[in-house]
Design a protein around this ligand. Structure first.
Ligand SMILES: [Zn+2]
Length: 338
């Protein structure tokens, strides 16, 4: 269930992984608690849409490499019930949300959701004639109701095209969504103000700070693709992309089954996933430099195949031969199979 996690606003449906440094994102474009609620909601939404679009492009382009695929619509959904008291009335008014009913937050261009005519602001009322549960509109914030409805939608999509009853600007309409097979790892944005990305083997998570640090879709693709690569390579769940650090995180990573080469492998596979999806893998080098500049955690020892780098600069250097390999394959018209 792709959705946004607003940690700062209260309860979290999914616990955040412990460990790692926390620093406020320096980007003025980031939503902060000090912002007026309407501004926060708008910025969070823009970030969700951006992440959804890049994540969908990666999931679709790399379906043949993912060990787990499923028929997906490509949308990112939200519900009124996921919001706390401050943002909920705004989200209801702005996006026509009601209780646990799934509202379309993002419908990436070219996705089955977009092809079917779904657009942000559409509220999904029923699937194949089965009404979805609206729940108690005054309940405290929780993702449970949205997750339950998303599970019903996913089960229907698994069987083929689905008929949806959708409410848009007060009027109901029937829409048919024809899902396509894509990597089965939905991406979620976690609002923590930190620089984090991680995977639990079923989802990819990126923090708002990390998403803001990525100045273009190519850089954002690198962060998301590194986590997707862990899934493709069937690594076990790992703390975060900054689990590349030494010290305690390193020890935790090892205990969780990451080998010394796991991170280097995920970087290599990640760059291929980026290139296969049409993004520029060279932007990763620039991104890592920027990350190192703002997050002291990124400056620590970095794990690699043969041992531990002295810094993130070593990680950047290790990307070079992979980038050259990808460029050579493209120039020779060879398939980008890592
Ligand atoms: Zn990693």
């Amino acid at each position: 269930m792709p959705a946004r996690l607003v940690a700062a606003a209260g309860a979290l449906a999914l616990a955040l992984t412990a460990g790692g440094c926390s620093h406020p994102a320096p980007d003025a474009g980031a939503a902060t608690l000090q912002d007026a609620p309407a501004v926060r909601l708008e910025r969070l939404t823009q970030q969700d849409v951006r992440v959804a679009n890049v994540a969908w492009t990666l999931a679709l382009a790399n379906a043949d490499l993912c060990p787990v695929n499923r028929p997906r619509a490509g949308w990112t959904l939200q519900s009124a019930s996921q919001y706390g008291p401050e943002l909920r009335p705004l989200a209801e008014a702005r996006y026509g949300l009601a209780g646990d009913l799934p509202g379309v937050l993002a419908a990436p261009p070219g996705s089955p959701a977009a092809m079917a005519g779904l657009a942000p602001g559409d509220l999904i009322l029923s699937v194949n004639g089965q009404a979805l549960r609206q729940g108690d509109s005054t309940a405290s914030e929780s993702y449970d109701g949205l997750q339950a409805n998303s599970a019903v939608l996913d089960a229907a999509l698994a069987l083929g095209p689905v008929g949806l009853t959708v409410r848009r600007e007060g009027r109901e309409r029937e829409i048919t969504v024809r899902p396509v097979s894509a990597c089965a790892y939905p991406t979620q944005v976690e609002v923590t103000g930190t620089f984090r990305s991680r995977t639990d083997g079923r989802h990819v998570f990126i923090s708002d700070g990390m998403a803001n640090l990525a100045q273009n879709d190519d850089e954002l693709a690198f962060v998301l693709a590194h986590e997707l690569a862990h899934a493709v390579l069937e690594h076990r769940s790992q703390p975060d992309v900054t689990g590349l650090r030494g010290g305690l995180n390193w020890a935790i990573s090892m205990r969780r089954g990451l080998s010394l080469s796991s991170e280097a492998d995920a970087d290599r596979m990640g760059l291929f996933l980026v290139a296969r999806a049409g993004f520029d893998p060279y932007r990763a080098v620039e991104f890592l430099g920027r990350w190192e500049a703002v997050d002291e955690g990124a400056r620590g020892p970095q794990i690699n195949t043969g041992g531990i780098y002295d810094s993130a600069a070593g990680r950047r250097r290790a990307l070079r031969p992979v980038l050259e390999d990808i460029a050579a394959r493209k120039a020779a018209g060879r398939a980008l199979i890592p």
